[in-house]
Design a protein around this ligand. Structure first.
Ligand SMILES: [Zn+2]
Length: 321
């Protein structure tokens, strides 16, 4: 009987689940809403139920499953599988590994959500097997995962890979959710890009197709900025240049310390595609040590929403077999 790995990507609004085979191919994937009521205490029960129900639906027994690899949105205590804090879920020192093992009767490996996405891209996505890889995800925030010699860098207390909080504007930058100011996240997230665009529109009366969107809808999004830039809108091109300058600079700093083979850009903003990758690469090359720049390939993530569940499956494969 072929055995399956269970990958779970736990987010603030949905829990993504998948049964994955040993080759990293998804057998079946689905999602359930994240129940954040009562400080998220029902989440593990719902995951266990979702797995049981899916097995029943497929007419399969639990013997098929080797274990669960789960990514959670917060720093992880790697020794215990506890989540130090997941603000989105209402968790503080939550014993995720213990609870989920109890509920499912399966062994569980826990890691951070951005880290498992990085592992997923390494195994089956844009990483293309590269063992030294940096993933940066540009979504509502900026997340990241760093892989060195095929291993996730967790750091001393679970905060390794927090690329979004590299300081890009040392003085006078925008406030970040982490409590600092001027973090990369305040610039290169979808939220940050929209903020920069809005400020620019307010400050100048430069003609731009973004101004029309802004007047009609009352707001501009990161997607609007990239769409306008693709049409050679001057203001939009300036904003893209500013954002990718900071991304390229931060990634060059990081890469100078790590000498990665692949730098993968994921998250919703990465839908901007090759225009984004090329602009980041142009700035990156200016700031990276020449030998580092030569080795590093800057690419767009290919797995989309599946990166997390595939990375979770990899954790099971490498930790439980
Ligand atoms: Zn921050």
């Amino acid at each position: 009987m072929e055995q399956w790995l269970v990958g779970v990507d736990l987010g603030g609004t949905t829990v993504k689940l998948a049964f994955v085979n040993m080759y990293g191919e998804i057998i079946c994937k689905w999602e359930i809403p994240t129940d954040k009521s009562e400080q998220g205490k029902h989440i593990t029960t719902h995951i266990a139920k979702a797995i049981d129900e899916k097995l029943r639906e497929l007419d399969e027994s639990k013997e098929r499953l080797i274990g669960i690899g789960i990514g959670a949105p917060g720093p992880v205590n790697m020794a215990t599988g506890d989540i130090y804090e997941a603000v989105n879920l209402g968790w503080k020192n939550f014993p995720l590994k213990d609870r989920l093992e109890m509920e499912t009767g399966l062994p569980v490996v826990v890691d951070n959500d951005a880290n498992i996405a990085a592992i997923g891209e390494m195994w089956k996505g844009a990483g293309d097997g590269a063992k030294n890889l940096i993933l940066v995800t540009l979504g509502t925030g900026v997340g990241g995962g760093v892989i060195v010699n095929g291993q996730i860098v967790h750091g001393t207390n679970g905060a390794g890979g927090e690329i979004g909080h590299i300081t890009s504007i040392p003085e006078g930058g925008a406030s970040c959710n982490c409590g600092k100011t001027g973090c990369l996240e305040t610039i290169a997230s979808a939220t940050g890009i929209a903020r920069i665009a809005t400020e620019r529109l307010q400050r100048t009366d430069e003609p731009s197709s973004l101004r029309d969107v802004w007047k009609q809808v009352g707001a501009v999004t990161a997607k609007d900025v990239f769409d306008a830039a693709k049409e050679n809108d001057t203001l939009a091109l300036q904003i893209v240049d500013e954002v990718t300058f900071h991304l390229g600079l931060a990634l060059a700093h990081l890469a100078n310390g790590l000498n990665p083979e692949k730098i993968v850009i994921g998250g919703g903003v990465s839908k901007a595609g090759s225009m984004l990758a090329q602009a980041v690469a142009r700035h990156f090359k200016r700031f990276a040590f020449p030998r580092v720049a030569e080795a590093a390939d800057i690419v767009i993530a290919t797995l989309g929403n599946d990166a997390g569940v595939i990375g979770g499956a990899w954790l099971v494969k490498t930790n439980m077999m």
